[in-house]
Write a protein that binds this ligand. Sequence first.
Ligand SMILES: [Zn+2]
Length: 309
Amino acid sequence: MVKNTLAFLMIMMLFDTCKPQTESESRWCDQLPREANTQFQKSEYSNYWFEVYQVQDSIYAIYEPYQWQEVISYLIIGNEFALLFDTGNGIGDIKEVVNKITSLPIRVLNSHSHYDHVGGNADFDYIYGMDTEFTRLRKQGLPHERVAEEVSPEALCKPLPEGVIAEEHSIQPYEIDEYVAEGFTIDLGNRLLEVISIPGHTPDAIGLWDKENRLMWTGDTFYQGAIWLFAKETNLTDYKRSISRLAKMSKSLKHLLPAHNIPLVDPSLLTELDDALLQIENSEVKGVDSTDGRIHYTFEHFTILMNKD
Ligand SMILES: [Zn+2]
């Protein structure tokens, strides 16, 4: 997801899709932790900014609960190197966390190039990137003005980490060392990961598939919360096609590992989302016009936000 000028209501929607819209009094972060996340034990690698959970053998979720995006990056430890799937907002020092977890070399792959997932990229030496125009554009970084809101008081549950200055927050440019595409495999020695191209949320959105262990990292293509389908780089037709593809795979999966809110999610929700998109297309559900200029479609496990046209 990507936030620029967001009404508080949307944060509430993001936090809990079932919450009535009148509860705009309390702060979103007063309701942390999310109930689904209480099952995870905070590992010793957690610090002031990040909560780190070991969610599977050799897989760590690195979660930023005190910033409204509630981004989750993942460290997947191999035999010869470790893959860092996303680098977060670039507010806390994710490299420091990762280096505590493993002494192996780190390679970075992004679920997509929105700023809340590439913020720490510049600190790493080896970065895989999708071979798309959008990826090439976003590797140039973003100036402070584009991400100032992400370090504003409304976006934070507690003061920024020591030494981090709000006025200086920006997304640093980074180099891409190896371009990848659909079907590219990353062999960690003990685990084989396959890139699947699932454009829609952005042109460079990917899933990362561990076939043997029946895991799928879904980035922002699917997470439990309010799913944003209104950005100008979002292509709804592509998105629907990508969700149909994932939904077909869902029965063979054990867990989804999304990039926001909750690190382990039931794959059957992909079928629900596929069905929800069809219901919207066929006008079988009624959306609610919101003051933010979008239509909100609320379902049991997620909300879908679309432009009005
Ligand atoms: Zn995001």
